[in-house]
Design a protein around this ligand. Structure first.
Ligand code: AMP
Length: 257
């Protein structure tokens, strides 16, 4: 689903579903498009495609929430975390600017980890990870855990599925995400090695900016990565560990182990 107001991105969503669930899902996507905090769309597009290949089955990333109390603390943590993953200061600066300084894009930027080159073909749109989903059993399991932790089931579940598909690509070193929803202030950093780290206070409430950056290895073949992100169907079929709140030092300490 894609909703926009002229050139402005309002809302987007995607998933892999069984045929019998299509009507229900279309209704829920439509209601999401019509009731988004970014505003009323002037155009909504819903595309439904039959899948002709078996999806790749993956495990979700382990989830942690970092104990961060302010926007400054959140961004200090992100910078140290990304540096420890061998992402250059230049790339971190570019990513921070992309997320803060412009209108939200529909998709993500692909940024090389050292030289900070943007690889996506369409710099205004970015690349959109699609054809991703979660099996019914894994969904019930994850929904149960999210409920136990008092978290928003739809938003967090969809983000964990997306981050798990993205981190599964061997070219991707890390992902940084700030919601474009003006009222959703928790973002995340994720990587295959470290998992999915929820970052409270990543965003000042009320801001319409937001975005995603996929940091990738220098020698990344962007055609093959884009093909994987946009067209390879990937289903989360197993749920990894779900942790509570940990301190920034605990999170950073485990990178060196
Ligand atoms: P959201 O988490 O839906 O608030 O999205 C935050 C930002 O992430 C959006 O403004 C887009 O730039 C980007 N984004 C959202 N969905 C995707 C996706 N499926 N693939 C790549 N980037 C996305």
């Amino acid at each position: 689903m894609r909703a926009s107001q002229g050139d402005r991105h309002i809302s987007g969503a995607e998933g892999l579903y069984n045929e019998e669930d299509i009507e229900k899902i279309v209704k829920s996507y439509l209601s999401r498009a019509l009731n988004h905090d970014r505003g009323k769309p002037s155009q909504i597009t819903i595309t439904i495609e039959e899948l002709n290949e078996a999806p790749l089955l993956i495990e979700s990333l382990p989830v942690y929430t970092i104990d961060l109390k302010s926007n400054e603390e959140a961004w200090n943590f992100i910078k140290i975390f990304l540096k420890r993953l061998n992402i250059s200061e230049k790339a971190i600066k570019t990513a921070t600017e992309l997320i803060h300084d412009s209108e939200a894009m529909r998709g993500a930027s692909i940024l090389t980890q050292h030289s900070s080159r943007r690889l996506e073909h369409d710099l205004r749109r970015g690349v959109r990870a699609t054809r991703l989903g979660i099996t019914n059993d894994a969904r019930s399991a994850l929904t149960g855990v999210l409920e136990e932790h008092g978290l928003n089931r739809t938003v967090v579940l969809e983000a964990i599925v997306l981050a798990s598909k993205v981190a599964h690509a061997p070219e991707v070193v890390a992902e940084l995400c700030v919601s474009d929803d003006p009222n959703y202030t928790t973002g995340y950093v994720a990587s295959h090695s470290m998992g999915y780290l929820r970052i409270p206070e990543i965003k000042i409430p009320g801001s319409l900016s937001g975005g995603r950056v996929f940091f990738v290895k220098e020698d990344t073949d962007v055609e093959s990565l884009t093909r994987y992100l946009e067209t390879t169907p990937v289903l989360v079929h197993r749920i990894n560990s779900f942790h509570g709140i940990i301190s920034p030092d605990e999170a950073l300490g485990s990178i060196n182990n």
